[in-house]
Ligand binder design. Structure first.
Ligand code: TLP
Length: 347
């Protein structure tokens, strides 16, 4: 086994820029983006808006910043945001929704998808004691639910409730293109029912930096003001937007390969003793599973995999997430499967 190269399954954020990206970055035409003068950023924003079927888009530093400017642009402090209890915004964005946007989080059960009836019940009637609902937030694909997808129908069902109550909907679509590929629908159909969507260039699309927020021209103008407040007004940032344009052109068509790699790992894991894995959640580039064994915890398994040049992290004593991406080849997947068999079923 060749262990000279490390296989990093910790996240698709670990990809290194491709040669094409580096070349585009070196050659990018740039200008002051705060003044709207960077042609490469302008091209990326126009392309993002077009792909997601929205009027306008805004280049931001990260998924977290994209979500936060969206919350700020949609809501007023003291309002309520309805979201699924495992939402990334709720778990992993440092409480920015409360600290900076001043929102009250109302998390609903769902493990990936909320029930539209629960959402409707959570939109409290307007009266003196109750915080008004300012926003409903969806996540597609859903990180803590193993990269599972929300269908057009599921998205539409929630947005229909939202429309009736005049509440806007934001999609954290960090990996929305993975959902589009897995569901075999254009990403714009997944985004259409919602008012805004964030997607990331630096996750499965393999670019080094950046995310896009897409929505109406009016919404994006507001989001741009909040980006400035948050210190996200960058200057000759076409340097990194150039890598984003390459990502949209060259990485989108290969996302299905990452899904196949995740599937292969999941199918191997399923056969191994002590592994609990709901294969129905393995729809895109993630594999989330639990390890229930007396002889090994999840951190122990990760430590053993490190001996085989495989980098993985446990979420807690029993839970692990593997993420496949451009820098994990099909040959690497073979190496991962073989190491898993050796460690978990040595005979
Ligand atoms: N997810 C990361 C982190 O949790 C470390 C990962 O490795 O999966 N929305 C979703 C659904 C995400 O998965 C992430 C990042 C974000 C937003 C935030 O994006 P960044 O890291 O660019 O701020």
């Amino acid at each position: 086994m060749n262990e000279s190269t490390v296989i990093d399954l910790r996240s698709d954020t670990k990809t290194l820029p491709s040669d094409l990206m580096r070349k585009a970055m070196a050659e990018a035409e740039v200008g002051d983006d705060v003044a709207g003068e960077d042609p490469t950023v302008n091209e990326l924003e126009a392309r993002a808006a077009e792909i997601l079927g929205k009027e306008a888009a805004l280049f931001v530093t990260s998924g977290t910043q994209g979500n936060l400017v969206s919350l700020l642009a949609h809501t007023q402090p003291g309002q309520k945001i309805i979201l699924e209890q495992d939402a990334h915004i709720f778990h992993y964005e440092r409480g920015g929704l409360a600290r900076i946007a001043g929102l009250l989080a109302h998390p609903l059960p769902g493990h990936g998808a909320m029930d539209p009836a629960d959402v409707e019940a959570a939109i409290w009637p307007q009266e003196v004691h109750r915080a008004p609902t300012g926003l409903i937030e969806l996540e597609n694909t859903h990180n803590r639910a193993g990269g599972s997808c929300l269908s057009v129908e599921q998205t539409e069902a929630i947005c229909e409730v939202a429309r009736r109550h005049r509440v806007p909907v934001h999609i954290d679509g960090a990996r929305i293109f993975d959902a589009a590929v897995a569901l075999e629908v254009p990403a714009c159909q997944l985004a259409a029912p919602a008012d805004s969507v964030t997607f990331c260039l630096s996750k499965s699309l393999g670019a080094p930096v950046g995310s896009l927020v897409c929505g109406s021209a009016e919404f994006i103008a507001r989001a741009r003001e909040f980006r400035k407040i948050l210190g996200g007004g960058m200057r000759q940032v076409g340097i990194i937007a150039a890598a984003g344009l390459v990502a949209l052109e060259h990485e989108l068509p290969r996302l299905h390969e990452d899904h196949k790699k995740a599937r292969q790992i999941a199918e191997t894991l399923q056969e191994l003793p002590g592994v609990y894995l709901d294969i129905t959640t393995v729809q895109t580039n993630m594999v989330r599973f639990e390890l229930h064994r007396d002889d090994m915890t999840a951190p122990d398994l990760c430590a053993r995999l490190a001996d085989y040049g495989i980098n993985a992290i446990a979420q807690d004593a029993i839970r692990i997430r593997f993420v496949t991406h451009r820098d994990v080849s099909f040959a690497d997947v073979e190496r991962v499967c073989s190491a898993l068999r050796t460690v978990l079923a040595p005979d």
